[in-house]
Design a protein around this ligand. Structure first.
Ligand SMILES: *Cc1c(COP(=O)(O)O)cnc(C)c1O
Length: 388
């Protein structure tokens, strides 16, 4: 049976070139980057090279000071939000975020609320966007951080990051963005977009799992989440995941090298998938923004049937998809993102997310367009809600 992986927002395959680059650091180059001998220095050099690759990809000014390697995107989000909260508590205890963030941001904010911080969760419009104007109005004298995601992991909506960055810069408030879904897929420039801090995760752009990075603009001090070592200029204790870091560096270099061109190819496949679904399946709704959208994201609500049953049927046909985010599926709560966008519970329940990767082909899109309408028709015929 044909196997089609369309869950690239959950994780991506490891690029072969990336794997080849990592391999020596899992075998013969095993020194500890903190060691002064040659074994250690070889590893140190590799980490330093990856740091430059990351800085170049996002146009950071100073790779040595501004890029910190972490264990994952979740850690980067935790580190930046908890760190800023702790370090700048004297200035204030107010944080601004959006209601549709990834749980790595949302739950960290909720955690801080329990310890005396105040968080404003900006509501989104029907497409899942907040505006820079909303951010401006929410900023108070005691606001210490604005954290708004770059691209939404569920519905793919891209936020007006440059405009939000400009407002934060004008108001003198730090701006962090969770760019885990955007990096390697849309152009990200931390200087041009006035981004002060930015979270990255390697496994979302065909790098390895279990390694992330955090950009922190020079001059902003964030305490380490972990203590016990002087690694990463005292910002992240613990012996570096050298092979993972090398993989992250190579993957971000490859993904960002020709970003306009590769995203163009993916946008074409995405839009063909959207158009194909819209022309063959009645009573559906595209979730998220039609154009301000991540190149690989397709998310539909398919009325009168459960998202979970569509996923099971797709899986039986060799197609891997998701409803909402991987972390929330399994539970039957509808996605917080769809509910915040104003979808009624029963429609939010029938949502399916198909996310493309660098290895997705036109034949994969054809196969989904052949299988999905059949599945929907079959399920609807069994649904008591369907009127035929
Ligand atoms: C996947 C994801 C994360 C978490 O990254 P991990 O490396 O899996 O911890 C955070 N934010 C967004 C938007 C994501 O898509």
């Amino acid at each position: 049976m044909k196997r089609v992986y369309m869950d690239n927002a959950a994780t991506t395959s490891l690029n072969k070139e990336v794997f080849d680059e990592m391999m020596p650091y899992l075998t013969e180059i095993y020194g500890n980057p903190s060691s002064l001998h040659t074994f250690g220095q070889e590893a140190h050099k590799a980490v330093s090279n990856a740091r430059q690759q990351v800085a170049k990809a996002i146009n950071a000014a100073d790779y040595e000071r501004e890029i910190i390697f972490t264990g994952c995107g979740t850690e980067s989000d935790n580190m930046v939000i908890k760190g800023i909260a702790e370090r700048y508590a004297k200035k204030g205890k107010h944080i601004i975020t959006s209601a549709v963030e990834h749980h790595a941001v949302l739950y960290t904010c909720q955690y801080l609320e329990k310890t005396g911080y105040e968080v404003t969760y900006l509501p989104v419009d029907e497409f899942g966007q907040v505006t820079a104007e909303q951010v401006r109005e929410a900023i108070r004298p005691d606001t210490i951080l604005v954290t708004i995601m770059f691209g939404n992991n569920e519905v793919g909506t891209i936020m007006p990051i440059k405009e939000i960055g400009a407002v934060c810069r004008e108001k003198g408030v730090f701006f962090h963005t969770d760019a885990v879904q955007a990096i390697g897929h849309v152009k990200v420039d931390v200087q041009d977009m006035n981004i002060d801090m930015l979270s990255i995760s390697a496994h979302k752009f065909h790098g390895p799992k279990g390694v992330g990075a955090l950009y922190v603009r020079k001059g902003i001090v964030i305490p380490s989440l972990l203590v016990g070592g002087a690694q990463e200029r005292n910002k992240r204790a613990g012996t570096e995941n050298v092979a993972g870091i090398v993989g992250l560096g190579k993957a971000i270099e490859l993904a960002c090298a020709d970003i306009e061109k590769t995203s163009e190819r993916m946008i074409a496949m995405r839009d063909r998938l959207i158009a194909g679904i819209e022309s063959t399946i009645p009573e559906i709704k595209l979730n998220g923004h039609r154009t301000e959208r991540l190149p690989g994201n397709v998310n539909f609500s398919i009325k009168y049937i459960e998202g979970e049953s569509i996923l099971l049927m797709l899986d039986l046909n060799g197609i891997a998809a998701s409803s909402g985010s991987a972390c929330t599926s399994g539970a039957l709560d509808p996605s917080h993102v769809l509910l915040e966008m104003g979808l009624p519970h029963e429609i939010a329940h029938g949502s399916v997310r198909l996310t493309l990767g660098d290895d997705t082909t036109d034949a994969d899109v054809d196969y989904v367009l052949e299988v999905l309408p059949r599945i929907v028709e079959k399920l609807r015929r069994m649904s008591p809600l369907w009127h035929g």
